[in-house]
Design a protein around this ligand. Structure first.
Ligand SMILES: C[S@@+](CC[C@H](N)C(=O)[O-])C[C@H]1O[C@@H](n2cnc3c(N)ncnc32)[C@H](O)[C@@H]1O
Length: 323
């Protein structure tokens, strides 16, 4: 039973935390992992040997850069390169550099929920590839889609890298892909990274490293509730727990309460009770096979133009256009 004295929400974060912590079973959205500390933790994750996803997509983008540049620019029309959940743009910079080297006419519009990571990206681009015309936009994917709708006259290449799509369950992914499809014109392309089904142990290791970086990343959502909403979560009283179902391809991250405890979140006027071993579900990291991606595309009125695979067959980037 939860006790509640006040429900007035100033932000989407407040509202979603309130809903998630008063629900049963409890849940919080992984999009709230990312603040300055979360951005740094995710960059540390990308550098971990266990987190094969970054190397695999880096491999694809480095190996096929020229081909991708030709695909994006073959009609020689100016385009907006829109990136959803751009992060630090480490891999995107391979493409940006190649587009600049080939004197392609484009603007880069990275979108991310974290203003901190967007600032970092702009600063680094100014130094590393100053020729890129960049305009950042802070917001969620769904807010971004409304913004993209206002750019309908320009050709659009939409990037969705890092298996960001894997944070959505299939039905949410279809809804999301359909929303993007509705904004796409005949010339537009949608370039999406899909992590592939593989040895389940490899997947579990990627989300459960021995050094505890992923655990700290998962718990950062509680740290944010503490610092931004006046919470008093004791992070040591929660366990990071990862599961992977090789049949559905769904990896899930949880925070598990190690004991019976009560936590208050002052800004929400909330007292939350946890039974021993009660869970908070925090993240989905969906893994795919070709059949599933074909099904997602068909349901979203998208057509597969081509696909690229890394040298270890762990990860794929698909290019879609509207049917
Ligand atoms: C897994 S990281 C991937 C970053 C980058 N695409 C890459 O491949 O390295 C996810 C990024 O998307 C952002 N993000 C997560 N959920 C989001 C959402 N719902 N709307 C907008 N940005 C989001 C995070 O802030 C983070 O920078």
């Amino acid at each position: 039973m939860q006790e509640q004295t006040e429900t007035l929400f100033d932000t989407q974060f407040e509202e979603e935390v309130h809903i998630g912590l008063t629900d049963y079973p409890k849940h919080l959205s992984s999009k709230y992992f990312y603040d300055e500390k979360g951005d740094k933790l995710f960059q540390d994750i990308m550098n971990m040997p266990e987190y094969y996803l970054t190397d695999a997509e880096f491999d694809i983008l480095s190996t096929h850069t020229d081909e991708i540049t030709r695909l994006f620019s073959k009609d020689e029309k100016h385009f907006n390169l829109i990136e959803l959940g751009a992060g630090d743009g480490k891999k995107t910079k391979i493409l940006l550099q190649n587009l600049i080297d080939n004197k392609i006419d484009f603007n880069y519009l990275p979108i991310d929920i974290s203003q901190h990571v967007l600032d970092q990206l702009s600063r680094s681009l100014k130094i590393e590839i100053p020729e890129v015309v960049v305009e950042t936009q802070q917001g969620t994917y769904f807010e971004a889609l409304n913004e993209i709708a206002s750019l309908t006259n320009d050709k659009k290449i939409i990037l969705f890298l890092g298996s960001n799509i894997g944070n959505l369950l299939h039905l949410q992914a279809i809804e999301f892909l359909s929303q993007v499809q509705k904004l796409m014109g005949d010339d537009d392309l949608f370039f999406v990274g899909f992590d592939q089904k593989k040895d389940p142990q490899t997947i579990l290791d990627a989300y459960n490293d021995q050094t505890g970086i992923t655990a700290a990343f998962n718990k950062n959502i509680l740290a944010r509730i503490n610092s931004e909403l006046g919470g008093n979560f004791d992070l040591d009283k929660f366990l990071h727990w990862e599961v992977y179902d090789p049949e559905t391809g769904t990896a899930k991250s949880y925070l598990v309460s190690k004991e019976q405890q009560s936590v208050t979140v002052a800004k929400l006027g909330l007292k939350i009770n946890f039974a021993p071993w009660e869970t908070i579900h925090t993240e989905i990291s969906q893994k795919y096979d070709h059949r599933t991606i074909e099904w997602l595309a068909e349901k979203s009125d998208l057509q597969i133009v081509t696909q690229f695979t890394d040298s270890k067959n762990q990860y794929k980037n698909y290019v879609f256009r509207t049917v």
